[in-house]
Design a protein. Sequence first.
Length: 329
Amino acid sequence: MTDELADDPRPPKLIIERVRKAFGSKTVLDDVSLSVAEHEVVCLIGASGSGKSTLVRCLSRLIEPTSGELILDGKDLLKASETELIDIRRHKMGMVFQHFALLPHLTVLENVAFPLSIQGMDKAACQSRARQMIELVSLTGREHHFPSELSGGQQQRVGIARSLAVEPEIWFLDEPFSALDPLIRREMQNELIRLQSVLQKTVIFITHDFDEAIRLADRIAIMKDGAIIQVGTPEDLVMNPATDYVAEFTADVNRAKVLSARALMGPASARANGLTKIEGRTKVESFAASIVDSAKPYAVTDDRGRVIGEISPKAVINLLSGKDRGAPV
């Protein structure tokens, strides 16, 4: 499968081209291709054993691909020497995993500063940068705590701060929140959204939770049996599943959270300019109550405020009730 970024004005940061990984006779990745734009958040999602974690480990060459190309900033990572690869990992890549992997004998400050000390940065500069990252993830005041003195969510914040300390250009997160309870998980998702709005990293985020992917991703890549079977925005995947597997994967999604006004609109009528206006990208969930209460259609606009369609209360009601599975009413 070839993935294109034709509609994205941002340049590609990472191009994965026909990557294959086999362990003996077992193929774990099967000709995986994916393009990731600069500053884009792509979520890899799929059942256990679908190849998500193997792919991310191949991207950092923690695991060596059997074949294919991995192009980062125009350079093939598979042709990088060991010395070049170490430099790329230390300066361009950040990684956060499900298990926090904090060093138990080091304080929060020392854990966050650790990758900087490996780079050879002097102690004062290490600590200054580490304190900035600790403040960024809202852990100021806990610099001298040890990991055992922190909650799970706080420990994961330390892991995030440590991965960001080297100012990576591309950020790999492998199910970083799956070990957390639901409330802390939601809090950490919010924190990631906030950090991304500030830092604008290129992010590849692994999850098995479609709701989590919807919240975080610009695009989602669904994997099955070592292959990417569909890539698209959450709305694309829900509205136009490419296979029965994708349809099944998205069947229980709250469609009002995913679908936009544009997806449900019909043609604009002559009265549209006099109606309440709503921007086409607005998710149905955010205006469902008001349009149903008003019992009147809304005009749908583009990002310049021009009317491009009309959405009826009935279309929203059908979506919320499950009667409509994608066709505008």
